[in-house]
Design a protein around this ligand. Structure first.
Ligand code: S7B
Ligand code: ZN
Length: 309
């Protein structure tokens, strides 16, 4: 038998235990998930290790007894499954390409690497330096963020600089937090893997971008050439708009996700600016819920509040 689905267990970055979908072979198990709908056309979720090198994808993870102790690999694999499930079950998207492409991710990229990224083919996660960051795959919103970069690339393909780049970043932050779906409803980004020595802080805040020096209104837009035109800073403006929308009375998390996803995949393009994102989300809400709906009223007010008219 070429593939044989199995269920193992693993310890995550935060020392939590979780069950893992694996693939059994003669003398052990691969970290390969065969259980998603995309398997019907050969799609899998595969987790590799770069063993602190920079060759990608590296080596497909194996284990002898299906009890997994590589915490970064456990969480990369598990949260990639959670992300696949969100896109498929809530939004009807079959993997990042909507055609059931195998999702590959590599952990232990380089050494003390304070970064995570989508490289056009796969997700890549550093281990962090242990004080600014711990392993990046340890946070569901980060894994959702990185995989959403792939979704964006295969849909609107927002150019990764200036306003379109800030939108690219913001859509990843928003979808990442919807996928993480924390009970405390926090709209922080990367809180689980940022500064282990400091409780309660994060890389960014969608509810209060200013807490980390990011703008929450167009009047505070940062004109800079660094960080591709401030894509991780000016994302605060559309992030705040999303926060305004998703926390509006009568707007559910699922429906906010549907509006944001429809805007990204049906209306936004590679050169979309903040005003285009406003139009796209208003049109998406109109398509889904009607012109005079709670959602249309709320999303319009959400963008008004951040000065994007
Ligand atoms: C830490 C980091 C550095 C550079 C780019 C990204 C990037 O993926 O844009 C990055 O990761 C994030 O922002 C994720 C959300 C925590
Ligand atoms: Zn990003």
């Amino acid at each position: 038998v070429e593939f044989a689905a199995a269920v193992g267990s693993g310890t995550g970055v935060l020392n939590d235990t979780k069950s893992l979908n694996t693939d059994s072979y003669a003398s052990g198990y691969y970290l390969r998930d065969l259980t998603k709908p995309m398997f019907a056309t050969g799609g899998k979720i595969e987790t590799y290790t770069a063993a602190n090198g920079t060759t990608l994808p590296g080596t497909l993870m194996t284990d002898t007894d299906n009890v997994w102790t590589d915490k970064a690999a456990v969480d990369a694999h598990y949260y990639a499954g959670v992300t696949y499930d969100y896109y498929y079950n809530k939004l009807g998207r079959n993997s990042f390409d909507n055609a059931g492409a195998t999702m590959k991710q590599t952990v232990h990229y380089s050494s003390s690497y304070n970064n995570a990224f989508w490289n056009g083919t796969q997700m890549v996660y550093g281990d962090g330096d242990g004080s600014t960051f711990i392993a990046f795959s340890g946070s569901a919103d980060v894994v959702g963020h990185e995989i959403t970069h792939a979704v964006t690339e295969r849909s609107a393909n927002l150019v990764y600089s200036y306003q379109s780049g800030a939108l690219n970043e913001s859509w990843s932050d928003a979808m990442g937090n919807l996928i993480e779906n924390k009970a405390d409803n926090n709209w922080l980004v990367g809180e689980d893997i940022y500064t282990p020595g400091t409780a309660g802080d994060a890389l960014r805040s969608m509810s209060n971008p200013g807490a980390y020096g990011d703008p929450a209104n167009m009047s505070q837009y940062v004109n800079t050439s660094s960080d591709n035109g401030g894509v991780h800073t000016n994302s605060g403006i559309p992030n705040k708009a999303f926060y305004n929308f998703v926390t509006s009375a009568g707007v559910t998390r699922d429906n906010a996700g549907k509006v944001w996803y429809r805007a990204l995949t049906q209306y936004m393009t590679s050169s979309s600016q903040f005003t285009d994102a406003r139009s796209a989300t208003i049109q998406a809400a109109t398509d889904l819920f009607g012109a005079g709906s709670t959602e249309v009223t709320a999303v319009t007010a959400a963008w008004d509040n951040v000065g994007v008219g």
